[in-house]
Design a binder for this molecule. Structure first.
Ligand SMILES: Nc1nc2c(c(=O)[nH]1)N[C@H]1C(S)=C(S)[C@@H](COP(=O)(O)OP(=O)(O)OC[C@H]3O[C@@H](n4cnc5c(=O)[nH]c(N)nc54)[C@H](O)[C@@H]3O)O[C@H]1N2
Ligand SMILES: Nc1nc2c(c(=O)[nH]1)N[C@H]1C(S)=C(S)[C@@H](COP(=O)(O)OP(=O)(O)OC[C@H]3O[C@@H](n4cnc5c(=O)[nH]c(N)nc54)[C@H](O)[C@@H]3O)O[C@H]1N2
Ligand SMILES: [Mo]
Length: 914
């Protein structure tokens, strides 16, 4: 502690604390402009708005960058300091478009008001820069810019995007995007961090502007909730005016610290899109898979119904099938886009109302293989550490994931760690924006993780780099692993995986020698017929090197949907009840039978793709689908659509008439996330509180109410009126939620599970002493070499891989109805390496036909230098060129996940019509 006096009072500062921070903590306000006291923002001391006087010093000091010394005497309110600070504001005000900049609610406007400044004695700068309105979501009006550099720090040092810089020299210095591009033409990824940081309104979201380009009104009431897109679980503030979201800001949540990405900031107008369903629909004409291609046509096959009739038909159809053909003729898909409470009630409805365990959700298409391997290896399917642990890691491995696009806010923390000096290693067949921050970039052949990772395991063992103590104390089956990889040398594996033996050794050594290292992975690992094997190798690598259970270490499968962790925990899984207790675990079943007052079936149910297959065979005749779109997201979707069409009775509960809803018998219009209360659990195991910010559109009902109404009509006497009434029961069924209550979440916003006491934060990092397996030890499981299921051949000579884009969400149901996002990525594209295009005589923009053994689509060619030759990438968000018409439904034998990342494909130019 450093002791000094502040305005005559004795105060103490912690090491590293600035004068401004101490003063603020002590309740003494000092103006500030270029200083943003938020995590990630370095004080810069350039604007001089925070000057204070230090005894014995001639020059006033910028308090935001000045640290106290023992015995120093600091005065914040001397006439000289006050005059100097006032002068700073007055000089800046001279050039402002208005007495408060362009945003009276931002820092500059607030301080000029507090200082009582309404005008300036100085002459304005004669040449005000022209506004730049080129970006669809953000306005750049540099007449209000005070060159505080906050936007540059926001872009470079907080989000690590390196788009904004200060260009030109001297008096001409100006904020610029890339090389003096208009913002809309720059490489900006529209995270909006700069807008959130700007203290004058020089950067503003277009949604808040008045005709003159000022913020039209004071910011609207802000409702604290969580972002409904990805599993990062950013805390957001929805600012709502006149029943609509006007603006979204990042709140200081544990997984985002105020940061957001383009979808979380600008992707919400889908809520009020004209396609939004507001009346229940009942089928009047026969089903036709072709309706999936055209929602307008699909709409003509339905009539509107009132809720009473629609619910009676919806539940009646399911009850009829249950009573006629037995419970296993029914199935349900719950949603990872809703709340924990909804997921919990949905699976309870299927298990006790339908009477079957045929309940699953999109996790089966997602981290199913990761979870299978994690449960088998370490006894738990969730992450062992939050991605924030990267801050303390020496080595960070990212494999088969593109967080800059799919978990953009998590990516900022990985980039931050790399900037701090951590060695980032990216392993992927395709390059990504993260590579620029990496020490090692490993590009390998798609589908060849197992040989690549086995070669690394070999190196670690053969070179004696593994952690003998850790292996002896915490693992079993090491001998089998050692024997298995003995012959799998880097030299032998290099030709298979396409990585030079030397690089394989180098990366293995880097990882093994690190004091702390973590592994993050995604769909490139999981969505494969050897996804479980891929994950087994990653687990083995971490265990061998003792990289689990300490700060800066861990296994982190980056979870995808906003609530896929919670939905899985809550039991939307066919072989497991809530909290991953097997359906054939007698004790678990007895506990739940008691809690639910119902008999439960011990036989595991069918998984997503198995349910589709059972529908095709006519064994499943009725389904209830909430918040999933399998007619777009399943592999080999022509088959999936045919199977859905065969159903005798399909109930779909969604926001839109999706491709799946187009095949329903009854469609129930449901609440969207910003319209509801409920908890969600993110990739870091943080359970967070979401709050309704908007009223329900007229005619729409809460998902939770719809589930309860369906349950009532299937014979269950439920009367839950609010998620708060569901939470305690869910917690009773889910021991992992111990010490987490609705009230606590209301108060604290976020609590990590497991949590050992009601007044302690949860355990961010787990399994330091023992694993939750029977023996308390983790297990090595070996992975044999196998080819991908379908190899390229003469007829289909290239490899097709599918995935995502930053701006779009999965099947596009939400983001293709979000104006800003769709404006940024408006049409389907197939990306190929420029050399691959050239070799085939194809040009970017040209129309291509992609054909696989299952189907064909047409879309525009895009050149992507990050792709290796021989690989074609297609995102699966576009109905008009649905990638899943092409994909291979072959399943991983353990995780039952399909081969979304690899199949053989032919690419040709579409002949231009003459
Ligand atoms: N913008 C956006 N963000 C999203 C989503 C979205 O739809 N849009 N969806 C969310 C969901 S549910 C999920 S699951 C996550 C998914 O997030 P990610 O896991 O990042 O998903 P993908 O982009 O599908 O694939 C990841 C990477 O796998 C690589 N890959 C392909 N084949 C192989 C291989 O054989 N081996 C390895 N190791 N890698 C390979 C691809 O090149 C790609 O870089 O994103 C979440 N976030
Ligand atoms: N080719 C290919 N296919 C893939 C993948 C891939 O990489 N490649 N990835 C797979 C993965 S990882 C995943 S997770 C799946 C995702 O597959 P899905 O979960 O089927 O995809 P989404 O588009 O997210 O579907 C969510 C649906 O919920 C609706 N919805 C949103 N919010 C709410 C709500 O609050 N209530 C209700 N009732 N409905 C709501 C949306 O309108 C949308 O129709 O796709 C899988 N499919
Ligand atoms: Mo996913």
């Amino acid at each position: 502690m450093i002791r000094f006096t502040l305005d005559g009072r004795e105060v103490a500062a912690a090491p590293g604390e600035s004068l401004w921070e101490v003063a603020t903590r002590e309740g003494t306000e000092i103006p500030h402009l270029c200083h943003r006291p938020r995590p990630g923002y370095r004080p810069d001391g350039n604007c001089r708005a925070c000057l204070v006087e230090i005894e014995g010093e001639r020059v006033l000091a910028a308090s935001c960058i000045r640290q106290p010394r023992e015995g120093m005497a600091v005065r914040t309110a001397t006439e000289r300091a006050e005059r100097a600070r006032r002068m700073v504001f007055e000089l800046l005000l001279a050039d402002q478009p208005g007495a408060a900049g362009r945003d009276a609610s931002a820092g500059f406007g607030q301080w000029t008001q507090r200082l009582g400044l309404s005008g300036s004695r100085f002459a304005p700068e004669p040449h005000a820069p022209a506004p730049d309105m080129s970006h669809p979501a953000m306005a750049v009006q540099l007449d209000a810019c005070i060159q505080c550099g906050l936007c540059e720090r926001a872009c470079r040092e907080v989000q690590h995007n390196d788009v904004i810089g200060l260009a030109r020299r001297g008096m001409e210095v100006a904020v610029s995007f890339d090389l003096l591009d208009p913002m809309g033409a720059s490489s900006c990824v529209a995270c909006g961090e700069c807008v959130q940081a700007c203290p004058t309104g020089a950067l503003l979201p277009k949604s808040v502007l008045d005709g003159a380009g000022h913020r039209a009104a004071a910011p609207a009431t802000e409702i604290a909730s969580v972002c409904p897109y990805c599993g990062v679980g950013c805390q957001v503030g929805f600012r709502v005016r006149d029943g609509a979201i006007e603006e979204v800001v990042g709140r200081d949540g544990p997984s985002n610290q105020g940061r957001l990405c383009v979808k979380g900031r600008f992707g919400f107008d889908y809520l009020a899109h004209p396609d939004r369903l507001t009346r229940p629909l009942v089928r009047i004409s026969p089903k036709d898979p072709a309706d999936c291609l055209d929602p307008r046509l699909a709409r003509t096959k339905f009539r509107e119904a009132d809720w009473e009739e629609a619910l009676a038909l919806a539940a009646g159809g399911l009850a009829r099938i249950r009573d006629r053909s037995g419970p296993n003729a029914l199935a349900g898909f719950g949603s990872a886009k809703g709340s924990n409470e909804e997921a919990y009630l949905f699976q309870k409805l299927v298990r006790t109302g339908f009477g079957t365990n045929n309940i699953d959700h999109c996790t089966r298409l997602c981290h199913a293989a990761s979870v299978a391997a994690l449960l088998e290896g370490i006894g738990s399917g969730a992450v062992t550490a939050p991605f924030m642990a990267a801050a303390e890691a020496e080595v960070i491995v990212v494999i088969g994931a593109r967080p800059t696009e799919n978990h953009p806010v998590a990516a900022t923390f990985l980039k931050e760690a790399a900037a701090r000096g951590a060695a980032l290693v990216t392993l992927d067949p395709r390059g990504s924006a993260l590579d620029r921050h990496a020490q090692e970039v490993v590009r390998f052949a798609p589908g060849r993780d197992v040989p690549m990772l086995n070669a690394m395991l070999h190196t670690v063992i053969e070179e004696g780099l593994y952690d003998r103590q850790y292996v002896a104390a915490h693992t079993e089956d090491f001998a089998a692993l050692r024997e298995h990889v003995a012959a799998l040398t880097p030299e032998a594996m290099a030709p298979l995986c396409g990585v030079p033996a030397e690089q394989l050794r180098r990366v293995a050594r880097l990882f093994a020698r690190a004091r702390t290292a973590m592994i993050l992975w995604g769909m490139g690992i999981s969505q494969s017929t050897h996804g479980t094997d891929n994950t087994r190798c990653l687990i083995a690598l971490a265990l061998l090197c003792g990289q689990v259970g300490r700060p800066g270490t861990g296994l982190h499968p980056l979870r995808g949907q906003n609530n896929v962790q919670g939905a899985s925990d809550a039991g939307l899984i066919p072989m497991m009840f809530p909290d991953y207790r097997h359906t054939d675990d007698d004790a678990a079943r007895a506990h739940l039978e008691d809690l639910w007052g119902a008999r439960l079936d011990p036989t595991p149910g069918l998984t997503v793709v198995e349910i589709m297959q059972a529908m095709e065979r006519g064994e499943i005749a009725g389904m209830y689908i909430m918040g999933e779109n399998p007619a777009m997201s399943d592999p080999d979707v022509a088959h999936a659509r045919a199977a859905l069409t065969k159903l005798e009775h399909l109930v779909v509960q969604d926001l839109f008439l999706t491709e799946t809803a187009a095949l329903a018998d009854v469609v129930l219009p449901a609440s969207a996330w910003p319209e509801k209360d409920g908890t969600v659990t993110n990739t870091n195991r943080q359970v967070q509180m979401g709050r309704a910010a908007l009223p329900l559109p007229e005619g729409v009902r809460q998902d939770l109410d719809i589930i309860v109404e369906m349950a009532n009509r299937l014979g269950l006497p439920w009367d839950y009126a609010h998620p708060r009434e569901v939470f305690p029961e869910m917690a009773a069924a889910t021991p992992s939620l111990a010490n987490i209550t609705w009230d606590r979440l209301e108060r604290e916003g976020s609590v990590t599970y497991p949590c050992h006491s009601p007044d302690r934060p949860g355990e961010a990092i787990v399994f330091g002493d023992r694993f939750p397996t029977a023996s308390g030890r983790a297990r090595f499981v070996t992975a044999g070499l196998r080819d991908p299921d379908e190899m390229p051949d003469e007829r289909y000579p290239l490899v097709l891989t599918t995935g995502r884009q930053l701006e779009h969400w999965h099947t596009g149901s939400m983001t293709r109805r979000a104006g800003m996002l769709d404006a940024l990525e408006p049409e389907p594209t197939a990306s190929l390496a420029p050399a691959e295009l050239a070799r085939r005589g194809l040009a970017p923009g040209q129309r291509l036909r992609l054909e696989t053994r299952r189907g064909a689509i047409e879309l525009a060619a895009r050149a992507d230098p990050a792709l290796p030759e021989g690989l074609v990438f297609v995102p699966f968000a576009y109905r008009e060129a649905a990638a899943n018409l092409l994909t291979n439904p072959q399943l991983d034998p353990f995780g039952k996940i399909p081969e979304f990342k690899y199949c053989a494909v032919r690419v040709e130019a579409v002949p231009t019509r003459t």
